[in-house]
Design a binder for this molecule. Structure first.
Ligand code: DC
Length: 227
């Protein structure tokens, strides 16, 4: 599946990292400052979890679940520089942010047919170029030829605090300890799965943004982008 690196590859930035490391906000800000598209790949896995839940197929046998997914159309649409997910033609992006959906996305992302299916959707947008793509395996599997690869990390307590405040803003009742436990569990799942685990690509630059603002992180990345 991997593509050989090529100097003629379309321009792209791959940003990988664990849950709540700030990937999406940072990727969106980098894309905006370059006038590129931001592709949020986690939303595709969340859409799969959402589709399976809709069809009561979340815990079906793998072969049945894979057959079911073939009947659902999942694709990206680009609106104002960001990807939205269309499920059977309907924009479901705003329905995918719940913690439960994230947990289910992490679970179903370990199923081979799910990753294969979403590989194509991600490659397609990555190959268009001028894209900042964030996820877990972008620099290793989806865009191994990316112009710049960033592995974004932040202290788990800082990540938990950020996620907690984000949930609070959305009116979701929870507490910091619960959020930290959820993040730790999700990190463990994403890092230890056999298929496309969250690992740093050998040529990725590590950015620890625990004590940086988004703007500082954007500038850090822009300075690393080859001219
Ligand atoms: O980034 P996120 O929290 O929206 O992603 C939800 C889950 O989807 C994440 O826990 C693992 C899975 N995922 C993945 O396996 N590969 C990606 N490129 C993006 C997300």
């Amino acid at each position: 599946m991997k593509q050989p690196p090529s100097s003629a590859s379309p321009l792209s930035i791959a940003i990988d990292g664990p849950s709540a490391s700030g990937k999406s906000s940072l990727s969106r800000a980098v894309a905006r400052s370059l006038g590129w598209v931001h592709a949020d790949t986690g939303s595709l896995y969340r859409a799969v979890a959402y589709a399976l839940d809709q069809g009561n197929m979340s815990h079906a046998k793998e072969s049945e679940l894979c057959d079911y997914l073939l009947k659902r159309e999942i694709r990206y649409a680009v609106l104002e520089g960001s990807t939205h997910v269309l499920l059977d033609g309907e924009d479901v992006t705003d329905r995918l942010r719940r913690e439960e959906t994230g947990r289910e996305a992490s679970r179903v992302s370990q199923i081979p047919c799910v990753r294969e299916r979403l590989y194509k959707v991600q490659r397609e947008i990555g190959c268009r170029g001028k894209v900042v793509m964030d996820g877990r395996d972008i620099g290793t599997v989806i865009l191994p030829e990316a112009t710049l690869k960033i592995f974004l990390v932040a202290d788990p307590r800082v990540r938990a605090e950020r996620r907690y405040l984000e949930l609070l803003q959305k009116g979701v009742k929870t507490n910091p300890e619960e959020v930290l436990a959820d993040i730790t569990q999700r990190d463990e799942n994403d890092r230890t799965r056999s298929l496309a685990p969250l690992i740093q690509a050998p040529d990725a630059l590590v950015l620890d943004n625990s004590e940086m603002t988004i703007e500082e992180s954007v500038q850090w990345i822009l300075r690393k982008l080859p001219h």
